[in-house]
Every structure is written in structure tokens, then in C-alpha cells.
Write a protein that binds this ligand. Sequence first.
Ligand code: HEM
Length: 195
Amino acid sequence: MPESSEIALFLHILSMLVLVGSIVAVILLLALMRRATDVRDVRQFVRIASVADKFGPAAIVGVVLTGLWMIEDVGFEWDAGWINVSLLTVLVASVASGLVVTRKLAAISAATEEPAAGAPTQVLRVQLTDPVLLGTAHTTLAVVIAIIWNMTTKPGDAQAGTVVLLALVAGAGSAFPMVARRQRILEDRPRSDAS
Ligand code: HEM
């Protein structure tokens, strides 16, 4: 029979896969929404993205509960950097994702209601190229990858914190191209005009 900590590790990794799947699905669906030429497609994609996004909180609960279970069961030290930095990061990232990604997906969904068909409006295209939305989604994924590094290498506070910081910088930096793209839409310039 497997030990309870082995079952917890299995469930921990399963939750992690659901979490990564949910974030990746949202990022890919946002890319499809930006490329859609009819608002009906954006409406379908944003509905699927909102469903995928709902798996995130459930996966976080699974990851945290099984993590706590393993700490108690195996007897890991609470003050280890890889544990406390990861726990804090997971909590902050879930709140940020809920406040930004979940809310902005709801706003995009509302903006697809009118007109019922035809090219996406300028307002909708501006929402779809929101650097804050893209930056938060990318940063959440980068931070999860940083936590996987921390979980597998188990560093102290300094390295665990540095890895998370690098993920934050990479995630936020990845949104910069979106700033110019959104500006082009606001000024109604075609993509080829970009310098
Ligand atoms: C997005 C968040 C998280 C991800 C992606 C993640 C990922 C992982 C992975 C991949 C492992 C397997 C590492 C290995 O066996 O070498 C692991 C193990 C573990 N994780 Fe997490 N984890 C996350 C959050 C947490 C949190 C918040 C805690 C603490 C509350 C935690 C506690 C643990 C523990 C105790 C182990 C067992 C380590 C071992 O037995 O070697 N994890 N995690």
C-alpha cells in the first residue's frame, strides 16, 4: 500500500497539472480571441476561457492542502525558504489572478454581447490587448514554474525568493509588446504602420 505522503504527492502533482492547464488554456484562448475576426468567435472563446479559469481556485486549494499534509506527514521544516516563499507566492498570485484575470474575462464576455455579430468593436479589441491582463496571466504561469523549481530543488529563502522575483520580471516584461499593440488599436492604425 502506498504511504499517505505518497498519495498526497500524487494529488499535489495532479492539482498542479490542473492549475497549469487552466492558466495555459486561458493564455491560448486570449491569443485566439485577439485573432478572431468575428465577435461570435470571441464570445465562444471567452466562455471556454471563463470555464478554464474556474479550475484555478480549485487546483490552488488542492495544491495547498496536499502541500500542508506532506509538511506535517513527512516533517519538513516550516521555516524552509522553498516552503514559506512558495506558500506566500501561491496565495498572492491567486488573489492577483482572481482580481485581474477573472474580472477582466467577465468584462470581455459582457463586451461580446453587443453587437451580436460582425467585427469585434474597438472597445473589445482594446480589452483583448490589455497589457495588465496579459501580464498577469503570463506572470501567474511564470510564478508557477518558479515554484516547481523551488519544490524540486528545495532552496533557502534567498534563492527561493530570487527565482520568484525573476518570474515576476519575466511575466511583467512579456506584456510590453501589448502596450504598443493596444496603442495602435486606440489610434486605429493598421499593424504594418508599427515602427
Ligand atoms: C503552484 C504551486 C505549487 C506547485 C506547482 C508545486 C509543485 C510541486 C512539485 C512538482 C513537487 C514534487 C517535487 C519532488 O518530488 O521533487 C512538489 C512537492 C511538494 N510540495 Fe509543492 N507545489 C506548489 C505549492 C506548494 C505549497 C503551497 C506547499 C506548502 C504548503 C507545497 C509543499 C510541497 C511539499 C511538502 C512537497 C514534497 C516534497 C518532497 O517530498 O520532496 N507545495 N510540489
